[in-house]
Design a protein around this ligand. Structure first.
Ligand code: ATP
Length: 412
Protein backbone atom coordinates (compact mmCIF):
# COMPACT_ATOMS: atom_id res chain seq x y z
CA UNK A 1 0.00 0.00 0.00
CA UNK A 2 1.66 3.18 -1.12
CA UNK A 3 -1.20 5.67 -0.95
CA UNK A 4 -1.11 6.24 2.81
CA UNK A 5 1.41 6.51 5.62
CA UNK A 6 0.45 3.17 7.27
CA UNK A 7 1.67 0.58 4.78
CA UNK A 8 1.56 -2.48 7.06
CA UNK A 9 -2.14 -2.68 7.83
CA UNK A 10 -5.31 -2.86 5.77
CA UNK A 11 -8.62 -1.38 6.94
CA UNK A 12 -12.06 -2.66 6.14
CA UNK A 13 -14.60 0.12 6.59
CA UNK A 14 -17.78 -1.03 8.35
CA UNK A 15 -19.44 2.38 8.69
CA UNK A 16 -18.51 6.02 8.48
CA UNK A 17 -19.89 8.83 10.67
CA UNK A 18 -19.42 12.51 9.88
CA UNK A 19 -18.21 14.33 12.98
CA UNK A 20 -17.67 17.69 11.32
CA UNK A 21 -18.87 18.41 7.80
CA UNK A 22 -16.81 20.28 5.22
CA UNK A 23 -18.26 22.34 2.39
CA UNK A 24 -18.29 20.24 -0.75
CA UNK A 25 -15.84 22.35 -2.69
CA UNK A 26 -12.41 22.73 -1.20
CA UNK A 27 -10.21 25.62 -2.40
CA UNK A 28 -7.62 22.96 -3.23
CA UNK A 29 -7.04 19.30 -2.58
CA UNK A 30 -4.80 18.51 0.38
CA UNK A 31 -3.52 15.51 -1.53
CA UNK A 32 -2.51 17.61 -4.56
CA UNK A 33 -0.97 20.25 -2.30
CA UNK A 34 1.11 17.57 -0.56
CA UNK A 35 2.93 16.40 -3.70
CA UNK A 36 6.46 17.37 -4.68
CA UNK A 37 6.36 20.09 -7.34
CA UNK A 38 2.87 21.24 -6.30
CA UNK A 39 3.99 24.66 -5.11
CA UNK A 40 3.37 27.48 -7.52
CA UNK A 41 4.53 31.04 -7.16
CA UNK A 42 2.70 33.92 -8.81
CA UNK A 43 4.16 35.96 -11.66
CA UNK A 44 4.82 38.75 -9.19
CA UNK A 45 6.47 36.42 -6.70
CA UNK A 46 9.83 36.30 -8.48
CA UNK A 47 11.42 38.40 -5.81
CA UNK A 48 9.72 36.65 -2.94
CA UNK A 49 11.10 33.21 -3.75
CA UNK A 50 14.71 32.44 -2.98
CA UNK A 51 16.72 32.28 -6.17
CA UNK A 52 13.55 31.75 -8.22
CA UNK A 53 14.62 28.07 -8.44
CA UNK A 54 11.49 26.69 -6.82
CA UNK A 55 9.34 28.48 -9.36
CA UNK A 56 11.31 27.01 -12.25
CA UNK A 57 11.09 23.55 -10.70
CA UNK A 58 7.34 23.83 -10.30
CA UNK A 59 6.92 25.04 -13.88
CA UNK A 60 8.87 22.05 -15.15
CA UNK A 61 6.64 19.47 -13.49
CA UNK A 62 3.38 18.67 -15.33
CA UNK A 63 0.94 18.38 -12.46
CA UNK A 64 -1.67 20.23 -10.40
CA UNK A 65 -0.13 23.32 -8.84
CA UNK A 66 -1.35 25.19 -5.80
CA UNK A 67 -0.28 28.82 -5.63
CA UNK A 68 1.44 30.11 -2.51
CA UNK A 69 -1.13 32.90 -2.21
CA UNK A 70 -4.03 30.43 -2.41
CA UNK A 71 -2.38 28.22 0.17
CA UNK A 72 -1.88 31.17 2.51
CA UNK A 73 -5.45 32.43 1.94
CA UNK A 74 -6.64 29.04 3.19
CA UNK A 75 -3.78 28.43 5.59
CA UNK A 76 -5.92 26.18 7.80
CA UNK A 77 -6.17 23.70 4.93
CA UNK A 78 -2.60 24.22 3.77
CA UNK A 79 -1.40 23.36 7.29
CA UNK A 80 -2.92 19.88 6.85
CA UNK A 81 -0.27 18.71 4.37
CA UNK A 82 2.36 16.39 5.91
CA UNK A 83 5.11 18.79 4.82
CA UNK A 84 3.54 21.79 6.55
CA UNK A 85 2.76 19.79 9.67
CA UNK A 86 6.46 18.86 9.74
CA UNK A 87 7.63 22.47 9.17
CA UNK A 88 5.45 23.73 12.01
CA UNK A 89 6.66 21.01 14.39
CA UNK A 90 10.21 22.04 13.52
CA UNK A 91 9.30 25.71 14.09
CA UNK A 92 8.20 24.81 17.61
CA UNK A 93 11.25 22.57 17.98
CA UNK A 94 13.59 25.52 17.38
CA UNK A 95 12.01 27.65 20.10
CA UNK A 96 11.93 24.68 22.50
CA UNK A 97 15.63 23.94 21.94
CA UNK A 98 16.45 27.65 22.29
CA UNK A 99 14.63 27.79 25.61
CA UNK A 100 16.05 24.50 26.93
CA UNK A 101 19.65 25.53 26.31
CA UNK A 102 19.27 28.89 27.99
CA UNK A 103 17.19 27.66 30.97
CA UNK A 104 19.98 25.13 31.63
CA UNK A 105 22.45 28.02 31.83
CA UNK A 106 20.58 30.10 34.37
CA UNK A 107 18.89 32.49 31.93
CA UNK A 108 15.61 34.14 32.93
CA UNK A 109 12.83 34.26 30.33
CA UNK A 110 11.48 37.80 30.18
CA UNK A 111 8.24 39.17 28.70
CA UNK A 112 8.84 42.71 27.51
CA UNK A 113 6.12 45.16 26.43
CA UNK A 114 5.26 45.35 22.76
CA UNK A 115 3.47 48.70 23.11
CA UNK A 116 5.99 51.46 23.62
CA UNK A 117 6.20 55.23 23.55
CA UNK A 118 9.49 55.23 21.59
CA UNK A 119 11.12 53.17 18.86
CA UNK A 120 13.62 50.53 19.97
CA UNK A 121 15.78 50.70 16.88
CA UNK A 122 16.21 54.42 16.30
CA UNK A 123 12.82 55.36 14.85
CA UNK A 124 12.80 53.89 11.33
CA UNK A 125 10.48 51.04 10.24
CA UNK A 126 8.20 51.38 13.23
CA UNK A 127 4.44 50.65 13.18
CA UNK A 128 2.85 53.60 14.92
CA UNK A 129 -0.53 53.75 16.60
CA UNK A 130 -2.53 55.91 18.96
CA UNK A 131 -2.31 55.01 22.63
CA UNK A 132 -5.05 56.90 24.50
CA UNK A 133 -4.27 60.03 22.52
CA UNK A 134 -0.49 59.76 22.60
CA UNK A 135 1.69 58.26 19.85
CA UNK A 136 2.98 54.74 20.40
CA UNK A 137 5.04 52.13 18.51
CA UNK A 138 4.88 48.35 18.21
CA UNK A 139 8.18 46.93 19.47
CA UNK A 140 10.78 46.39 16.72
CA UNK A 141 12.74 44.19 19.14
CA UNK A 142 12.98 43.61 22.90
CA UNK A 143 16.44 45.21 22.69
CA UNK A 144 16.08 47.96 25.26
CA UNK A 145 14.27 45.74 27.77
CA UNK A 146 16.78 42.92 27.47
CA UNK A 147 19.49 45.41 28.33
CA UNK A 148 17.51 47.02 31.14
CA UNK A 149 16.94 43.61 32.75
CA UNK A 150 20.31 41.87 32.12
CA UNK A 151 22.62 44.88 32.33
CA UNK A 152 20.82 47.34 34.61
CA UNK A 153 18.29 45.20 36.50
CA UNK A 154 20.77 42.67 37.86
CA UNK A 155 19.24 39.59 36.21
CA UNK A 156 22.51 39.12 34.30
CA UNK A 157 21.21 36.52 31.80
CA UNK A 158 17.88 36.95 30.03
CA UNK A 159 16.11 35.79 26.88
CA UNK A 160 12.77 36.28 25.20
CA UNK A 161 10.77 34.46 22.56
CA UNK A 162 8.20 36.92 21.27
CA UNK A 163 6.71 38.86 18.36
CA UNK A 164 8.75 41.53 16.63
CA UNK A 165 7.15 44.11 14.35
CA UNK A 166 8.91 45.71 11.38
CA UNK A 167 7.17 48.25 9.14
CA UNK A 168 9.49 47.45 6.22
CA UNK A 169 7.98 47.42 2.75
CA UNK A 170 10.30 44.51 1.90
CA UNK A 171 8.65 42.05 -0.47
CA UNK A 172 11.38 39.44 -0.39
CA UNK A 173 11.68 35.73 0.34
CA UNK A 174 13.11 36.46 3.81
CA UNK A 175 11.27 39.45 5.29
CA UNK A 176 8.06 39.46 7.31
CA UNK A 177 6.36 42.44 8.96
CA UNK A 178 5.82 40.38 12.09
CA UNK A 179 8.19 37.58 13.02
CA UNK A 180 9.14 35.65 16.13
CA UNK A 181 12.25 37.03 17.76
CA UNK A 182 14.59 34.72 19.68
CA UNK A 183 16.49 37.24 21.76
CA UNK A 184 19.24 36.83 24.32
CA UNK A 185 21.30 39.20 26.46
CA UNK A 186 23.96 38.39 29.05
CA UNK A 187 26.45 40.06 31.36
CA UNK A 188 30.05 39.87 30.13
CA UNK A 189 32.84 39.07 32.59
CA UNK A 190 35.89 39.74 30.46
CA UNK A 191 35.27 39.76 26.72
CA UNK A 192 32.35 39.72 24.29
CA UNK A 193 33.61 36.39 22.94
CA UNK A 194 31.70 34.93 25.93
CA UNK A 195 28.50 35.92 24.10
CA UNK A 196 29.74 34.48 20.81
CA UNK A 197 30.52 31.19 22.55
CA UNK A 198 27.08 31.11 24.14
CA UNK A 199 25.37 31.71 20.77
CA UNK A 200 27.58 29.18 19.04
CA UNK A 201 26.74 26.49 21.62
CA UNK A 202 23.09 27.47 21.43
CA UNK A 203 22.91 27.05 17.66
CA UNK A 204 24.80 23.76 17.69
CA UNK A 205 22.28 22.55 20.30
CA UNK A 206 19.44 23.62 17.99
CA UNK A 207 20.92 21.95 14.89
CA UNK A 208 21.80 18.71 16.70
CA UNK A 209 18.47 18.68 18.52
CA UNK A 210 16.54 19.11 15.27
CA UNK A 211 18.49 16.30 13.59
CA UNK A 212 17.91 13.99 16.57
CA UNK A 213 14.28 14.79 17.41
CA UNK A 214 12.86 15.70 14.01
CA UNK A 215 14.57 13.32 11.56
CA UNK A 216 11.16 12.12 10.29
CA UNK A 217 9.89 15.68 9.79
CA UNK A 218 13.10 16.78 8.06
CA UNK A 219 12.70 13.81 5.70
CA UNK A 220 9.08 14.77 4.92
CA UNK A 221 10.04 18.36 4.12
CA UNK A 222 12.92 17.27 1.90
CA UNK A 223 10.50 15.29 -0.27
CA UNK A 224 8.97 18.61 -1.36
CA UNK A 225 12.02 20.81 -0.98
CA UNK A 226 15.08 18.69 -1.72
CA UNK A 227 18.28 20.40 -0.55
CA UNK A 228 21.62 19.27 0.84
CA UNK A 229 21.30 18.57 4.58
CA UNK A 230 22.41 21.55 6.68
CA UNK A 231 26.12 21.36 7.49
CA UNK A 232 27.86 22.87 10.52
CA UNK A 233 31.19 22.35 12.21
CA UNK A 234 32.33 22.25 15.84
CA UNK A 235 33.64 24.61 17.03
CA UNK A 236 31.75 27.10 14.85
CA UNK A 237 33.71 29.04 12.27
CA UNK A 238 34.43 32.67 13.24
CA UNK A 239 35.73 35.22 10.76
CA UNK A 240 36.28 38.92 11.26
CA UNK A 241 34.33 41.18 8.94
CA UNK A 242 37.65 42.19 7.33
CA UNK A 243 38.46 38.51 6.69
CA UNK A 244 35.00 37.98 5.16
CA UNK A 245 35.51 40.99 2.87
CA UNK A 246 38.95 39.66 1.94
CA UNK A 247 37.43 36.31 0.92
CA UNK A 248 35.10 38.26 -1.36
CA UNK A 249 37.95 40.38 -2.71
CA UNK A 250 40.01 37.25 -3.50
CA UNK A 251 37.13 35.76 -5.49
CA UNK A 252 36.67 36.56 -9.19
CA UNK A 253 33.05 37.41 -9.94
CA UNK A 254 31.47 35.35 -12.74
CA UNK A 255 28.84 36.72 -15.11
CA UNK A 256 26.09 34.96 -13.21
CA UNK A 257 27.34 36.45 -9.91
CA UNK A 258 27.12 39.89 -11.50
CA UNK A 259 23.64 39.08 -12.84
CA UNK A 260 22.64 38.17 -9.26
CA UNK A 261 23.76 41.64 -8.14
CA UNK A 262 27.17 40.82 -6.62
CA UNK A 263 29.65 43.70 -6.65
CA UNK A 264 33.04 44.44 -5.14
CA UNK A 265 32.59 44.80 -1.39
CA UNK A 266 34.10 47.66 0.63
CA UNK A 267 35.14 46.57 4.15
CA UNK A 268 33.75 49.92 5.38
CA UNK A 269 30.20 49.29 4.13
CA UNK A 270 27.57 46.75 5.15
CA UNK A 271 27.33 43.53 3.13
CA UNK A 272 24.78 43.67 0.34
CA UNK A 273 22.35 40.72 0.22
CA UNK A 274 23.85 39.26 -3.01
CA UNK A 275 27.38 39.55 -1.56
CA UNK A 276 26.20 37.97 1.71
CA UNK A 277 24.95 34.96 -0.26
CA UNK A 278 28.14 34.80 -2.32
CA UNK A 279 30.23 34.86 0.86
CA UNK A 280 28.13 31.96 2.15
CA UNK A 281 29.01 29.97 -0.99
CA UNK A 282 32.71 30.85 -0.71
CA UNK A 283 32.78 29.86 2.98
CA UNK A 284 30.94 26.60 2.24
CA UNK A 285 33.46 25.70 -0.48
CA UNK A 286 36.46 26.62 1.68
CA UNK A 287 35.39 25.47 5.15
CA UNK A 288 32.56 23.00 4.42
CA UNK A 289 30.04 24.72 6.72
CA UNK A 290 26.63 26.35 6.19
CA UNK A 291 26.93 28.11 9.55
CA UNK A 292 29.44 30.76 10.57
CA UNK A 293 29.80 34.04 12.44
CA UNK A 294 31.55 37.29 11.58
CA UNK A 295 32.56 39.96 14.07
CA UNK A 296 34.20 43.41 14.21
CA UNK A 297 31.74 45.12 11.85
CA UNK A 298 32.29 48.78 10.90
CA UNK A 299 30.77 50.88 13.68
CA UNK A 300 28.88 53.13 11.27
CA UNK A 301 26.69 50.28 9.98
CA UNK A 302 25.55 49.22 13.48
CA UNK A 303 22.88 50.67 15.81
CA UNK A 304 23.61 53.44 18.33
CA UNK A 305 23.82 51.10 21.34
CA UNK A 306 26.76 49.13 19.82
CA UNK A 307 30.06 49.17 21.75
CA UNK A 308 32.88 50.63 19.65
CA UNK A 309 36.02 48.53 19.21
CA UNK A 310 38.52 49.27 22.02
CA UNK A 311 41.41 50.25 19.73
CA UNK A 312 39.99 50.95 16.26
CA UNK A 313 37.31 53.69 16.35
CA UNK A 314 36.01 52.63 12.93
CA UNK A 315 35.14 49.11 14.12
CA UNK A 316 32.77 47.71 16.75
CA UNK A 317 32.39 44.74 19.10
CA UNK A 318 29.53 43.45 17.00
CA UNK A 319 28.71 40.31 15.06
CA UNK A 320 26.31 38.60 12.67
CA UNK A 321 25.66 34.87 12.24
CA UNK A 322 24.78 33.23 8.92
CA UNK A 323 23.02 30.08 7.73
CA UNK A 324 23.29 29.01 4.08
CA UNK A 325 24.68 32.46 3.27
CA UNK A 326 21.88 34.50 4.85
CA UNK A 327 21.92 36.53 8.06
CA UNK A 328 20.04 34.98 10.95
CA UNK A 329 21.46 36.85 13.93
CA UNK A 330 22.69 40.33 14.62
CA UNK A 331 24.24 41.29 17.92
CA UNK A 332 26.92 43.16 19.81
CA UNK A 333 28.42 44.17 23.08
CA UNK A 334 26.36 47.19 24.15
CA UNK A 335 27.42 50.56 25.48
CA UNK A 336 26.77 50.51 29.26
CA UNK A 337 28.00 54.02 30.12
CA UNK A 338 25.33 56.72 29.95
CA UNK A 339 27.60 59.51 28.67
CA UNK A 340 28.99 57.31 25.94
CA UNK A 341 25.47 56.18 25.04
CA UNK A 342 24.25 59.78 24.68
CA UNK A 343 27.33 60.65 22.66
CA UNK A 344 26.59 57.71 20.33
CA UNK A 345 22.93 58.84 19.95
CA UNK A 346 24.01 62.39 19.13
CA UNK A 347 26.71 61.42 16.62
CA UNK A 348 25.23 58.27 15.11
CA UNK A 349 21.70 57.29 15.98
CA UNK A 350 21.43 55.05 12.91
CA UNK A 351 22.74 55.03 9.32
CA UNK A 352 25.37 57.62 10.32
CA UNK A 353 22.72 60.23 11.20
CA UNK A 354 22.47 61.84 14.66
CA UNK A 355 19.28 60.97 16.55
CA UNK A 356 16.93 63.92 17.11
CA UNK A 357 16.56 65.21 20.70
CA UNK A 358 12.88 64.23 20.40
CA UNK A 359 13.82 60.64 19.55
CA UNK A 360 16.34 60.55 22.40
CA UNK A 361 13.64 61.85 24.73
CA UNK A 362 11.28 59.08 23.61
CA UNK A 363 13.72 56.45 24.97
CA UNK A 364 14.52 58.44 28.12
CA UNK A 365 13.62 55.52 30.39
CA UNK A 366 16.17 53.34 28.62
CA UNK A 367 18.91 56.01 28.71
CA UNK A 368 18.20 56.75 32.38
CA UNK A 369 18.54 53.07 33.29
CA UNK A 370 22.29 53.42 32.69
CA UNK A 371 22.62 56.30 35.17
CA UNK A 372 22.73 54.03 38.20
CA UNK A 373 25.45 51.59 37.21
CA UNK A 374 25.18 48.76 34.69
CA UNK A 375 27.01 45.50 34.05
CA UNK A 376 28.98 45.21 30.82
CA UNK A 377 26.74 43.08 28.61
CA UNK A 378 26.04 41.85 25.10
CA UNK A 379 23.55 39.73 23.21
CA UNK A 380 21.73 39.37 19.94
CA UNK A 381 18.47 38.79 18.13
CA UNK A 382 17.54 35.90 15.84
CA UNK A 383 14.53 35.49 13.56
CA UNK A 384 12.88 32.12 14.30
CA UNK A 385 11.24 31.75 10.89
CA UNK A 386 14.52 32.52 9.14
CA UNK A 387 16.28 29.76 11.09
CA UNK A 388 13.54 27.29 10.11
CA UNK A 389 13.59 28.39 6.46
CA UNK A 390 17.38 28.16 6.16
CA UNK A 391 17.85 24.97 8.16
CA UNK A 392 15.35 23.21 5.90
CA UNK A 393 16.37 25.08 2.74
CA UNK A 394 12.82 26.36 2.12
CA UNK A 395 12.47 28.84 -0.74
CA UNK A 396 10.36 31.32 1.22
CA UNK A 397 10.06 32.47 4.84
CA UNK A 398 6.24 32.47 4.58
CA UNK A 399 6.34 28.66 4.58
CA UNK A 400 8.01 28.76 8.02
CA UNK A 401 5.44 31.08 9.63
CA UNK A 402 2.09 29.87 11.00
CA UNK A 403 0.23 32.92 9.66
CA UNK A 404 2.67 35.17 7.78
CA UNK A 405 2.37 38.94 7.83
CA UNK A 406 3.99 40.80 4.94
CA UNK A 407 3.35 44.19 3.31
CA UNK A 408 0.50 42.65 1.28
CA UNK A 409 -0.91 40.17 3.79
CA UNK A 410 -2.78 40.91 7.00
CA UNK A 411 -5.17 37.92 6.98
CA UNK A 412 -5.94 35.20 7.86
P1 ATP B 1 18.04 42.20 7.24
O1 ATP B 1 19.31 42.98 6.94
O2 ATP B 1 18.09 40.79 6.76
O3 ATP B 1 16.80 42.93 6.85
P2 ATP B 1 18.23 43.27 9.90
O4 ATP B 1 19.66 43.68 9.85
O5 ATP B 1 17.17 44.30 9.76
O6 ATP B 1 17.98 42.07 8.83
P3 ATP B 1 18.11 42.81 12.70
O7 ATP B 1 17.31 44.01 12.97
O8 ATP B 1 19.54 42.84 13.07
O9 ATP B 1 17.99 42.40 11.17
O10 ATP B 1 17.36 41.55 13.31
C1 ATP B 1 17.99 40.40 13.83
C2 ATP B 1 17.49 39.16 13.14
O11 ATP B 1 16.07 39.16 13.08
C3 ATP B 1 17.91 38.99 11.70
O12 ATP B 1 19.19 38.42 11.61
C4 ATP B 1 16.86 38.07 11.16
O13 ATP B 1 17.09 36.72 11.54
C5 ATP B 1 15.63 38.55 11.87
N1 ATP B 1 14.88 39.52 11.06
C6 ATP B 1 15.12 40.84 10.94
N2 ATP B 1 14.22 41.43 10.16
C7 ATP B 1 13.36 40.46 9.77
C8 ATP B 1 12.19 40.44 8.96
N3 ATP B 1 11.71 41.55 8.42
N4 ATP B 1 11.55 39.26 8.79
C9 ATP B 1 12.01 38.12 9.36
N5 ATP B 1 13.12 38.07 10.13
C10 ATP B 1 13.78 39.22 10.34
Amino acid sequence: ITGCTEAGVELEVASVHVVSKSEITLPFSVKAASLPGSYQYGETDNDTVRGGEAKAEAAAAQQVKVGLDTRLNYRWIDLRTPCNQAIMRINTGVSTLFREYLYARDFVEIHSPKLNGGASEGGANCFTLKYFGQPACLAQSPQLFKQMTAGCGGLERVFEVGPVFRAEDSNTHRHLCEFTGLDMEMAINEHYFEVLEMFSGLFINIFEGLNERYAKEIGLVSELFPVEPFKFCKPSLRLTYAEGCQLLADYTLTESDIARGCTSQSPEEDLSTPNEKLLGRIVKAKYGTDFFMMDEYPLKVRPFYTMPHPTNPKLSNSYDFFMRGEEILSGAQRVHDVDKLLERCRTDGGHGEPMSEEAIDSIKGYIDSFRHGALPHGGGGVGLERVVMLFLGLPNIRLASFFPRDPKRLAP
